[in-house]
Write a protein that binds this ligand. Structure first.
Ligand SMILES: C[S@@+](CC[C@H](N)C(=O)[O-])C[C@H]1O[C@@H](n2cnc3c(N)ncnc32)[C@H](O)[C@@H]1O
Length: 225
């Protein structure tokens, strides 16, 4: 039986009815912490970043706003073509319309929203090995659990060699009938271990939804080829 979460209408309704309770209205603090520390999206080479299941785009806008900064390499600033390019995907029309409105109001040039089913991205050769980073924020827990291996294949398809998935995952070892669907650190690691190495160990992160504290886990996986 096909799961309701495979149907974009399910998600569209949540945005239309204002029942998108996962939406914290701002970038997740875990990403601010990680990217401020690593400066990963501010390096002196062009970077493309994908945000999967971007919702209202808070994480995507944050990453697009990261300023190039002078580093040990001695560069003063990057030229405009070096600015990170963010491609954010979601199959809810309302979510993408919202994102495009914010983009226009703020005249953000280096962000691109796509209304698309993420599982269809592998059909477009343009995206093969296109991204340095893929951002995951409670998308893995939102998809049909039967499609988890397909999700890993998708991330592999999108990333360049040595690209990274930077993820804030929802974890709950009891399955309450999703979405969100439960998982555990072991389940996540088992999915990634064949083709990725874990470079930031999965660990709980504080979350702006106080009722979810302890259930959001942050980790980074790098492709091994
Ligand atoms: C739990 S929400 C998280 C949204 C966002 N990352 C956030 O934290 O606010 C999951 C999002 O993934 C999107 N989504 C679920 N399955 C998808 C698919 N197959 N293709 C594209 N988007 C999908 C939904 O529309 C929804 O916006």
């Amino acid at each position: 039986m096909t799961s309701k979460v495979n149907n974009s209408d399910f998600w569209e309704q949540r945005y239309k009815e204002e029942t998108a309770h996962w939406d914290i209205g701002e970038v997740a603090p875990a990403f601010v912490k990680y990217f401020s520390r690593t400066g990963e999206v501010c390096k002196p080479r062009l970077q493309n970043v994908a945000v999967l299941g971007c919702g209202r785009g808070h994480d995507a806008f944050y990453i697009a706003s990261c300023e190039p900064r002078a580093g040990k390499e001695g560069f003063a600033s990057r030229s405009s073509q070096d600015v990170v390019q963010v491609h954010a995907f979601d199959f809810s029309e309302s979510a993408i319309n919202y994102c495009n409105k914010v983009k226009e109001e703020n005249n953000v040039k280096n962000i691109h929203f796509h209304q698309a089913n993420i599982f269809e991205l592998v059909k477009d050769k343009k995206w093969k090995g296109y991204f340095d980073l893929v951002i995951e924020h409670t998308c893995f827990c939102a998809i049909d659990p039967n499609k988890r291996s397909e999700y890993i294949e998708l991330v592999k398809y999108l990333l360049k060699p040595n690209g990274k998935l930077v993820g804030l995952f929802f974890m709950r070892d009891k399955e309450l009938g999703g979405p969100p669907y439960g998982s555990t650190p072991k389940i996540i690691k088992d999915h990634f271990k064949k083709d990725f190495k874990e470079i930031v160990e999965l660990h709980p992160e504080s979350c702006l939804h106080s009722n979810l504290n302890g259930e959001e886990w942050f980790g980074v996986f790098e492709t091994t080829s």
